[in-house]
Design a protein around this ligand. Structure first.
Ligand SMILES: Cc1cc2nc3c(=O)[nH]c(=O)nc-3n(C[C@H](O)[C@H](O)[C@H](O)COP(=O)(O)O)c2cc1C
Length: 318
């Protein structure tokens, strides 16, 4: 997710779940090819498994970007066919590609041909006036024929005219049944579902119909739910320890600050960790107010943790 799932966020989330697949922000193929690769693509070994999401619609450029991503060590490459922003539409990629399944198939073929890594696609059920029954099947058939290893479907249309990207995540109605029907039609293909899934109970219910569940806003805003993901996926271990996940960020943030970074670039992703628990407000206040003061450093995490320990939140979290 743009501006959200950067490397600091992913490192933090990995302290809460060992098994969930984490995704980068979308990076355009052009940026990968021409931009500052270390800044755009660099990540920590601790983040694995992590998928690089690319935006683009030129098969040869995507092929090149995929090879670069593979060299960086990503575990999967995902093609974005779902982003509705104007900037993305003017570049003729993202959700508007729902109208061009053959081109998306060519893109995926070039990508799968380039590397041995899994290549996956994230799409919508359709755009604008498209009939989702037809549009999603056509897109899915094209990418499966091209060798895609999975299809992730944000279970609503994108309305490309008149809605902001934010509205396009909220206004077009969700249609989970449409995604279930895709899975039923393609039993041999990994089909994952996304959109409006608020917690792990809901995720479990979807898993009766599809192969995977992708959590966006819920995972970011309430990262504590990630602590139970491994158990949901069958690990016998108890849920991850929230305090330990926060503590793990102290040396990480120290390294980031020592390299000239701001601690807030790390802590901004941690603000929701204790959401709904005693002390959550203080935790949030210390990270947002003290964490953004000039010269703030990794100690702010230790101070926020001490406050949360005093509040008793960790007893409940245990
Ligand atoms: C801030 C933000 C940035 C996003 N950036 C991306 C992106 O880069 N690529 C993408 O495929 N989806 C992106 N999305 C959409 C989410 O991946 C997801 O499809 C959408 O929010 C619906 O799922 P949710 O209800 O679980 O959040 C973004 C969403 C948000 C809130």
């Amino acid at each position: 997710m743009m501006e959200w799932t950067d490397r600091h966020c992913r490192f933090f989330h990995r302290g809460l779940t060992r098994r969930a697949l984490l995704y980068t922000e979308m990076v355009t193929a052009e940026a990968v090819i021409r931009g500052d690769r270390e800044r755009l693509l660099g990540f920590s070994d601790a983040e694995h498994p992590v998928a690089l999401q690319l935006g683009g619609s030129e098969p040869l450029r995507l092929r090149e970007a995929v090879q670069i991503g593979a060299d960086f060590g990503y575990d999967e490459i995902n093609l974005n066919v779902g982003c509705p922003s104007d900037r993305v539409q003017s570049g003729a990629f993202g959700a508007c590609l729902m109208r061009e399944p053959e081109l998306v198939g060519d893109c995926v073929a070039a990508m799968t041909d380039a590397v041995a890594l899994p290549v996956t696609v994230k799409c919508r059920i359709g755009v604008d006036e498209q009939d989702p029954e037809e549009a999603l099947d056509r897109l899915a058939d094209a990418v499966v024929a091209a060798g895609a290893d999975a299809i992730w479907v944000h279970a609503r249309k994108a309305w490309l005219k008149g809605l902001s990207p934010k509205e396009n995540r909220e206004v077009p109605p969700l249609d989970y049944d449409r995604v279930y029907r895709l899975k039923a039609r393609l039993p041999h293909v990994f089909v994952g579902i996304n959109g409006g899934i608020a917690d792990l109970d809901a995720a479990r219910a979807h898993l009766a119909h599809v192969d995977g569940v992708m959590l966006g806003r819920a995972a970011y805003q309430h990262p504590a739910l990630l602590a139970d993901v491994d158990r949901l996926l069958g690990d016998p271990a108890t849920g991850a320890d929230l305090a330990a996940a926060a503590e793990r960020m102290i040396p990480y943030a120290e390294r980031h600050c020592a390299a000239g970074g701001k601690v807030s670039a790390v802590t901004r992703h941690m603000i929701g960790l204790f959401h709904g628990r005693p002390g959550a407000r203080q935790w949030r206040r210390i990270l947002t107010v003290e964490g953004t003061r000039p010269g703030a450093n990794a100690e702010v995490i230790a101070r926020a943790l001490a406050a949360i320990q005093q509040s008793g939140a960790l007893d409940e979290a245990a």
